[in-house]
Design a protein around this ligand. Structure first.
Ligand code: FAD
Ligand code: DHB
Length: 393
């Protein structure tokens, strides 16, 4: 016999989307239970995104979890784009009046988990076999296994915040969902190292050997990426080879400022564009990577998860506090309008900066023309900047 419990919003997944949603709901007196298939150490240690839009930072502030972000986050007012030894700075502050904050997703997650566990409500770690039932009825339920026992959670609503490989989206009947996908024929090899960054701003580099990116987590911790094969064998990439490749691709100026050192994390991520529509089925609402994936160029993944949560939290609060269901009805439409623009931007940045074709191809000439136009046009730079800092909610 399964043990039974009840909550207002059952949340699947303790990534940024699920944790932030739970926190914002709690601040308005709405209860939730978070079911997470992994353990806390795994979730807190997963190295992923690093750039927060101002809107994401404001949402974390609204959630009361921005004290450390304000202390330790690095405000960046621009980025550098390098191609064929030509350096172009995109000045966000001048072009848009806005900036972004460099603060790791690991830190966002730790801050949100600490707040949750300080009395907000439960996170069920290691929840196995999570399944979603009756989402097209009045009272959806979630079943799962934890501590060797079966559990049943009765909910008013279910928030599917369980990432691309989660169960939520798969629980929606296939005929009710339309999917759009582009899988890119390359990946990103990322390393984290306890060394100062090679530049005070992020550098995105297009090179005939492939794309590379110099990023950071703090003044003493660097994050770098290089374009690689999807099935790249990590054992073929000892640290020394990665540093040499980065120096070649990022160019002499970055190479001169680069401090090398042992990597503390090394992994390959595939690149994908994906959108599932609508982001709602009955009483199940999808948010974040559960509904859409962007290739990482442009740093939109985490920020899109936050903007979905912005719309979903406000819709649930309007429902519970004012009895208004219209924002819930419009959730998918509101979230998707922003999702598609971020998909476009991430696809455009990816296409402009990665090696997709031979250098002698028409496509390579188009990339160079795009970059040349960007360098010569304030309008083009403004378009990049306003997307990078984040379009309005
Ligand atoms: P997730 O962070 O994926 O969280 C989903 C949670 O649900 C996880 O904790 C997972 O364990 C849990 N879960 C999954 N299935 C189940 C289940 N069946 N039952 C219970 N729990 C479940 N974005 C950038 O902007 N820049 C980057 O550099 C960048 N790098 C990335 C590198 C990698 C390897 C990946 C995978 C993503 C990267 N992203 C990056 C994207 C960004 O990290 C995501 O967009 C962001 O994590 C989305 O948050 P989320 O909460 O929607 O999903
Ligand atoms: C990082 C990742 C990105 O995809 C990006 O565009 C910028 C920074 C990062 O992990 O630091």
């Amino acid at each position: 016999m399964a043990s039974q419990a009840q909550t207002q919003v059952g949340i699947i997944g303790a990534g940024p989307a699920g944790l932030l949603l739970a926190r914002l709901l709690r601040m308005h007196g709405i209860d939730s239970v978070i079911l997470e298939q992994r353990d806390r150490a795994y979730v807190e240690g997963r190295v992923r995104a690093g750039v927060l839009e101002q809107g994401t930072a404001s949402l974390l502030e609204e959630a009361g979890v921005a004290a450390r972000l304000k202390r330790e986050g690095l405000v960046h007012e621009g980025i550098e784009i390098v191609a064929r030894d030509r350096h172009l700075r995109i000045d966000f502050r001048d072009l848009t009046g806005k900036a972004v904050v460099v603060y790791g997703q690991t830190e966002v997650t730790k801050d949100l988990i600490a707040a949750r566990l300080a009395g907000d409500g439960p996170i069920v770690w290691n929840a196995a076999d999570v399944a979603v039932h009756d989402i097209d009825g009045e009272q959806p339920t979630l079943t799962y296994r934890s501590d060797g026992r079966d559990h049943l959670l009765v909910c008013d609503f279910v928030a599917g915040c369980d990432g691309f490989h989660g169960v939520s989206r798969q629980s929606i009947p296939a005929q009710a969902l339309q999917s759009f996908e582009r899988v890119y024929p390359f990946g990103w090899l990322g390393i984290l190292a306890e060394v100062p960054p090679c530049s005070h701003e992020l550098i995105y580099a297009r090179h005939e050997r492939g794309f590379s990116l110099a990023s950071m987590r703090s003044p003493t911790r660097s994050r770098y990426y290089i374009q690689c094969a999807v099935d790249e064998d990590l054992s073929a990439w000892p640290d020394a080879r990665i540093w040499d490749e980065l120096k070649l691709r990022l160019g002499p100026a970055a190479a001169a400022g680069m401090t090398t050192g042992p990597s503390i994390e090394k992994s390959v991520a595939p690149l994908r564009s994906f959108v599932a529509m609508p982001m709602r089925f009955g009483r199940l609402f999808l948010a974040g990577d559960a509904a859409h994936i962007v290739p990482p160029t442009g740093a939109k993944g985490l920020n899109l998860a936050a903007s979905d949560v912005h719309y979903l939290s406000r819709a649930l609060i309007a429902f519970y506090k004012k009895g208004q269901a219209d924002a819930l009805e419009r959730y998918s439409e509101s979230a998707l309008a922003r999702v598609w623009k971020a998909e476009r931007f991430s696809w455009w940045m990816t296409t402009m900066l990665h090696k997709l074709h031979d250098e002698s191809s028409f496509e390579a000439q188009m990339q160079l023309a795009e970059l040349d136009y960007l360098a010569s046009s304030r309008a083009a730079q403004t378009a990049l900047a306003e997307n990078y800092v984040g379009l309005p909610y």
